[in-house]
Design a protein around this ligand. Sequence first.
Ligand SMILES: Nc1ncnc2c1ncn2[C@@H]1O[C@H](COP(=O)(O)OP(=O)(O)OP(=O)(O)O)[C@@H](O)[C@H]1O
Length: 252
Amino acid sequence: MTEGVALRLSRLYKTFGSNIAVDHVDLEVPAGSFFGLVGPNGAGKTTSLSMAVGLLRPDGGTVTIFGVDVWDDPVRAKALIGVLPDGMSMPERLTGRELLTYMGLLRGIPARTVTERTDELLAVLELTDAQHKLVIDYSAGMRKKIGLAVALLHAPRLLVLDEPFAAVDPVSASTIRTILQRFVTSGGAVILSSHVMALVEQLCTHVAVITRGRVVAAGPVDLVRGATSLEEAFVHIVGGRTGGGEGLSWLA
Ligand SMILES: Nc1ncnc2c1ncn2[C@@H]1O[C@H](COP(=O)(O)OP(=O)(O)OP(=O)(O)O)[C@@H](O)[C@H]1O
């Protein structure tokens, strides 16, 4: 059933030289779900999400967004998604307001609607005071917030967010959480990557654990974590810790 699936990755595959970054990943993000993608550093999260949104061409497999193939019909697919990439490259020599206006007009949104939405997004994300400052002069957290505003501007049905809470202060994080929860409640779907298990546990309805390019567990959060916390389940699934207790004796 295509309508019930916001994002489907099928046998997604990507190599960089001899390194298999994404190894035949299958993933289904149900419409109306809040989906967390977790995994150790270098697991393949960013690579998977970049392919999912049409930023990086896969070596194999397919991606569909509400049934639209991202690589066969990118224009239709991209109208359905809002993207917050990791280490995003934005036109940084624009002010926050100019950036939103530019992106809105580029998306073909009528000018008056762009202005209304820009005002609202800047206010909700507490960026009104910084609206006339160049994005290049924004802090890391402010960049995340303006990036999120860009992702929301065209009222997408699926949000794909790479580490949306990294460098964001607790008050802003709480604002972003509320916005995302409202987005999901009103029928949208969100997939986000994060290293913060407590946040994924609290926010997400579904989670997938990816390690060495493979999905090793996926499903509703309650099922994946079982009777433990998500963090314990994660450590168990991903394969133990090195502990950090040995070595580095010169530090003592
Ligand atoms: N442009 C690239 N060129 C070469 N190798 C790459 C490139 N991008 C990613 N990789 C490799 O692909 C693998 C997956 O990287 P990816 O960035 O997807 O991991 P991640 O799960 O997002 O990690 P993190 O949590 O540290 O952000 C890693 O081994 C990485 O070194």
